[in-house]
Design a protein around this ligand. Structure first.
Ligand code: GLY
Length: 408
């Protein structure tokens, strides 16, 4: 068996975790949250480093038995989240032992830069290489980002003004739905890669595609109440909308919570990158829909779909809560009315997520940090489980919170 590098590297990290005071006050729960994340991720690193196959294992969730880990390959939309979490853990702890490991896990998915058969290249490359370039190998990682943006740009359909999310060839479930050019709200998250690629390369093509996609999505995806559809299907030749539906939500007209979270985060990010206030207004409108929803639970962790028919007995989705919290920390830095209220709301979400209700005891939960997320109920997949993207956005939110509080 390979030497468990992480066990040695992370030993220093773990010292002290065992002595973390469990009866923390409100003021020190963030410290405890970081300690807990370290401990779980150190155990995950040990499992990866102990593997004797040639591949670098990439954790996404637990299997149906709730203990063994489900791993993914580089083309999976979730492959950038564990490497990205490593960079955030490094930032949160300052432990340089994490850097070579984060580099290794990042570079293990570099082939994703050439993917052209789905839209998730932004999630994959921006969360991994996009975070890593802030610390190491900037020129090398920048090349990966620009190549990934070129790959993503191949999916732009100019007549519709959108990046196509999924292919509909063969007998896939997407083609069985009769779609021609499906675009999911999640795709807003891929635009960050395009904005970055323009900043790196000076080529405005990427920026312009991102803005076109954001504008078309704003026009077609949203309802008057600020909530959004999951899937809009376009005719790629004319741009006509053919269908407004869902894939992962409860119903076509429902408010799938992670979709709302992607919209809030995506339009906040678009405002950061463009300065165009209509994006900020859209982010706030969708957030207000969630905040004011009569079925939003008191702990602010949404049900997987706010229109599901058995609330309050429906599963919660921690991943949605983590994405919204991270977005709100950023939103609170922009020129909006009552900006501190957005940070307060994010703080309340994060205090819930850091509580034992949602944070796993070290050594449990398949070594993931957070419990109780939902992948896709309509696909009967990943229901009430840990998910690597819930952990990623939680760590990002912890970092954003810390940065905001250090500024004051
Ligand atoms: N992008 C897929 C999801 O949010 O489940």
């Amino acid at each position: 068996m390979k030497k468990t590098v992480a066990a040695a590297c992370i030993a220093a990290i773990l010292t002290g975790c065992a002595t973390t005071e469990k009866n923390e006050t409100a003021a020190d729960w963030t410290e405890s949250a970081v300690s807990n994340a370290r401990e779980q991720m150190a155990a995950m690193i040990d499992a990866i480093e102990a593997d004797t196959t040639d591949q670098v294992l990439n954790p996404v969730t637990t299997k149906r038995n709730r203990f063994s880990t489900a791993w993914c390959g580089y083309a999976d939309w979730r492959s950038g989240f564990f490497p990205g979490s490593m960079w955030y853990l490094y930032e949160l702890t300052g432990d340089t032992a994490l850097v070579p490991l984060a580099e290794k896990y990042t570079e293990a998915i570099s082939e994703a830069q050439n993917l052209t058969w789905h839209h998730d290249i932004g999630f994959i490359i921006n969360c991994s290489f996009g975070n890593g370039r802030r610390f190491v190998k900037k020129d090398e990682y920048d090349k990966v980002l620009v190549q990934a943006a070129k790959s993503l740009a191949t999916r732009f359909r100019p007549a519709a003004g959108v990046i196509q999310s999924w292919n509909v060839t063969g007998n896939s479930w997407q083609s069985q739905r009769g779609w021609k050019c499906p675009v999911i709200i999640d795709n807003m998250m891929n635009l960050e890669l395009l904005f970055e690629a323009t900043k790196i390369s000076g080529d405005s093509t990427f920026y312009n595609i991102a803005v076109d996609h954001a504008n078309t999505t704003m026009r077609e995806h949203f309802r008057p109440d600020g909530s959004c559809y999951h899937v809009i299907d376009y005719d790629p030749a004319t741009g006509e909308v053919c269908h407004r539906q869902t894939a992962q939500g409860f119903a076509d007209e429902s408010a799938w919570s992670r979709g709302q979270a992607w919209a809030i985060y995506g339009y906040t990010m678009c405002y950061r990158e463009t300065g165009d206030s209509k994006y900020l207004e859209q982010a706030i409108k969708t957030f207000d829909f969630m905040k004011n929803h009569p079925d939003m639970p008191a702990d602010l962790v949404p049900y997987w779909d706010m229109s599901a028919d058995d609330i309050p007995n429906e599963p919660r989705d921690v991943s949605s809560a983590a994405v919204i919290a991270s977005a709100l920390y950023e939103l609170s830095t922009f020129p909006v009315d009552n900006a501190p209220a957005y940070k307060d709301y994010a703080d309340k979400i994060m205090a819930s997520l850091a509580s034992p209700e949602y944070t796993a005891e070290p050594g449990t939960n398949g070594r993931f940090i957070l419990k109780h997320s939902v992948g896709s109920i309509p696909h009967n997949s990943e229901i009430d489980v840990p998910l690597n993207y819930a952990d990623y956005y939680y760590l990002e939110a912890l970092k954003r919170k810390r940065d905001l509080e250090q500024q004051v």
